[in-house]
Design a protein around this ligand. Structure first.
Ligand code: MEV
Length: 443
């Protein structure tokens, strides 16, 4: 029976662990050993990780893999990917190699504007509110100067502040809808600090605005927060080649492959059940790079999926066409990323990943991440429309199954060889390892 606890966050790390293992585990010692197994022996490094969040008890590892041979705007990259799904890095690498031989990926950043909002309730005359807004707007800029000073020096800052009437959605509801340029920072802290200052200034100044009635002066700030929906922080990634160049084997012609591929994308454009899985495959690539480079993958996920439904129905993020014998496959997605601030200067593996990517600006990172997503989708659709997904997927999953059986090196080597020519399924692996063990034991 579990129990509640007060003051948990104030306990030392070892006391926290004691409480957890004693409360939840039948074998407290075993549980403690597993937790400790993942501690880093370098105490400073461990402390750094402990201090990222509250109540840290251990580290949670994900593999960091790399996908080489990505040619993006004629520059070669090896892309770091933090992900647990067995086939993702292999698929990215395969797609990179495929497009390396066909001119590589072309990318452009379309826009970099981010949004934040102050949501408030105003009970009164909209005309008076508009007059107040016109008067207070310069003050909003002025009173955030200490926050925006450095960003402005580098060429960013607050782009504009708009007053929006949302009363047709909710009675008396208005917004300050603010656009920002945050350059190489993802900008969440910068934006939220500006918004909270706007809210303070707005509320304070309203109390002194003579054209307001006493009720109108009482503006009720509901909240001030950035938006993770960034449809104007947009990047485009594209590949193209002649359809003859599209096939690299004898089983399917370039034209047949292109047609099937375009159909597969069209299905994802019109069919939400398919679109969600299609886009999930894109996010396999995107999240892995976002995570490896210390960015907020939840923010990216939320923003990307909102964008995928911007026309009222959830749809494919990628598009494909064949025109005049040329196959083109592309994607435009919103990505708010940073290469300074947050974890980027703190986490040693994030720093390493960024260096591996030639220390990109946020704009460059947007392009690399978009390419990882497009490549992943290409690899998935290529398998789906030709061999089926399981062939490649299960091949990569083989090692996981073998590890479940605690296979030794000899067994891994023998069975990896065996499954080069046999279909991997869970039962086929079970059978093969059982047979191998019987054979080895009887020798
Ligand atoms: C699996 O993680 C991703 C795929 O399902 C994506 C897709 O179906 O396009 C293979």
């Amino acid at each position: 029976m579990s129990k509640s606890i007060s003051g948990f966050s104030k306990l030392s790390k070892s006391k926290k662990i004691d409480w957890i293992v004693d409360t939840y585990f039948s074998n407290a010692e075993d549980a403690k050993n597993i937790l400790k197994q993942y501690w880093n022996t370098d105490e400073k490094l461990q402390q750094l990780h402990d201090e990222f969040i509250e109540n840290t008890i251990t580290n949670y590892y994900l593999p960091l893999g790399v996908a080489p041979n990505f040619l993006i705007n004629n520059k070669l990259y090896t892309i770091p990917m933090a992900i647990e799904e067995s086939s993702v890095v292999a698929a990215a690498s395969k797609a990179a190699k495929f497009w390396l031989e066909r001119g590589g990926f072309k990318t452009t950043v379309i826009s970099t504007t981010k949004i934040g909002q102050v949501h408030f309730i105003f009970k009164g005359d909209f005309h008076a509110l508009k007059q107040f807004f016109a008067k207070v707007k310069p003050k909003l800029f002025e009173e955030t100067e200490s926050i925006t000073k450095n960003m402005k020096k580098r060429g960013g800052g607050i782009i504009d502040i708009e007053l929006r009437d949302k009363t047709s959605d909710i009675e008396n509801y208005y917004q300050l809808h603010v656009s920002f340029e945050t350059l190489d920072a993802m900008g969440a802290n910068f934006i939220n600090s500006c918004l909270e200052q706007f809210a303070k200034t707005f509320k304070k100044e309203a109390l002194e605005f003579n054209l307001f009635t006493e009720e109108e002066k009482q503006i009720d700030i509901i909240m001030s927060i950035l938006s993770n929906y960034v449809p104007n922080c947009l990047v485009r990634a594209e590949v193209s080649c002649s359809i003859e160049d599209l096939s690299d084997n004898d089983t399917i012609s370039g034209e047949a492959f292109a047609n099937k591929f375009v159909q597969a994308v069209k299905i994802a454009e019109v069919e939400p059940y398919r679109a969600v899985t299609h886009n999930k495959g894109i996010m396999n690539g995107i999240d892995a790079v976002v995570l490896a480079t210390g960015n907020d993958f939840r923010a990216v996920e939320a923003g990307v999926h909102a964008y995928a439904s911007r026309n009222g129905s959830y749809s494919s993020l990628t598009h494909a066409k064949v025109e005049n014998g040329i196959f083109t496959f592309w994607m435009e997605i919103p990505l708010a990323l940073g290469t300074i601030g947050g974890l980027t200067g703190l986490h040693p593996l994030v720093k390493l990943s960024l260096e591996l990517l030639h220390k990109p600006s946020a704009k460059e990172l947007m392009q690399i991440v978009a390419v990882a997503g497009l490549a992943q989708n290409f690899a998935a659709l290529r398998s789906l429309t030709t061999t089926g997904i399981q062939q490649g997927h299960m091949k990569m999953h083989l090692m996981n199954i073998l590890n479940q059986f605690e296979a030794n090196d000899f067994e891994k080597k023998t069975l990896t060889e065996h499954f080069k020519n046999h279909t991997v399924t869970h039962s086929a692996v079970t059978e093969a390892i059982t047979e191998l063990r019987i054979k080895t034991n009887s020798e």
